[in-house]
Design a protein around this ligand. Sequence first.
Ligand SMILES: NC(=O)c1ccc[n+]([C@@H]2O[C@H](COP(=O)([O-])OP(=O)(O)OC[C@H]3O[C@@H](n4cnc5c(N)ncnc54)[C@H](OP(=O)(O)O)[C@@H]3O)[C@@H](O)[C@H]2O)c1
Length: 318
Amino acid sequence: MFRLPELRAFCASFASVYRSASIHTRLAHLSTASGSTIGDLTSRPANLSENSTDHVAILGGGNLGIALARGWVRAGRFSPSRVAVTRRKPARLAALEAEGFVTGLTSAKASAQAHIIVLAVQPQQLPALLKDIAPAIDPSRHRVISVVSGASIADIRGVLGQQVDVVRAMPNTAVVIGESMTCLCGDDGVALDEAQALFDLVGRTLVISEDMIGAATALCACGIAFFLRTVRAAMQGGIEIGFHPEDAALLAAQTAKGAASLTLQAGAHPEREIDRVTTPRGCTIAGLNEMEHQGLSSAMIKGIVVSANAAAGLYKTD
Ligand SMILES: NC(=O)c1ccc[n+]([C@@H]2O[C@H](COP(=O)([O-])OP(=O)(O)OC[C@H]3O[C@@H](n4cnc5c(N)ncnc54)[C@H](OP(=O)(O)O)[C@@H]3O)[C@@H](O)[C@H]2O)c1
């Protein structure tokens, strides 16, 4: 059981781990802000600046949309005045407005003024959004990037027009710190290259076929939560063996980062790095085997499969 001071310390340390992704605390703030209707637009930046050849409209200013907006600005790709972010309750974008982003436009107007349009609403919200922006879409000028789980390129073109360039991207919330893993698919050509270049700025990318996007959703987008849960579990273990929560959070997260970096830099199978740590009759193999007896690998594999199956069924039009 926690005593109150320990509980406070636990919460503070947990917030500090998540703060690197910024959106956790900021969205907590946003979600407590009062709602307003689309008509309440007057106090916000009203338009994207003059030249509309290099502006982005992020339609759906939620967890991922906001992380993308901040990630591209942090990477130096856009100034905030070139990024419009929309949602139906724009008052909840007050924090972005304060950072200089354009938050005062409807999705249709933001699309009309932009060159790149990012669809970032939930799957069930997409049909209404597509219907809303369809009249503003000009296939000769617009490139559409969808991060919406489950909705295919054909679904989107079915509403916006067959000539429109549509690329699907599956990033994760680490875009905000430039550490996403983003899978992309689309027709070979400039639109796909441009989209890949955009996501290269906020992490690493891989072009895949569209039938693998559901799998990428599970492994990369949902994967952030899976790995964070393992960090939290390690942290809890660390507390039980004697570390204060804030120290346990640092030790667990930095060790997880080191393990991931070793795999990425060596480009080798993780088991090779594990072999270097598991001395015969040692404490690492003892702990590792106990975790396997308890189902560690099996739980992760099963969770990813269930997640991928769920991702495949997310988009429904009726
Ligand atoms: N979160 C992730 O880690 C992640 C990773 C990869 C892919 N994705 C995909 O990205 C999409 C967004 O996910 P999310 O987690 O960011 O969801 P979210 O936090 O619920 O954000 C969705 C946002 O869309 C806005 N919205 C809904 N209808 C709209 C409309 N017609 N016009 C403009 N804005 C509208 C909502 O605000 P209002 O209610 O105010 O309109 C909300 O802020 C989903 O399809 C998800 O599957 C998410």
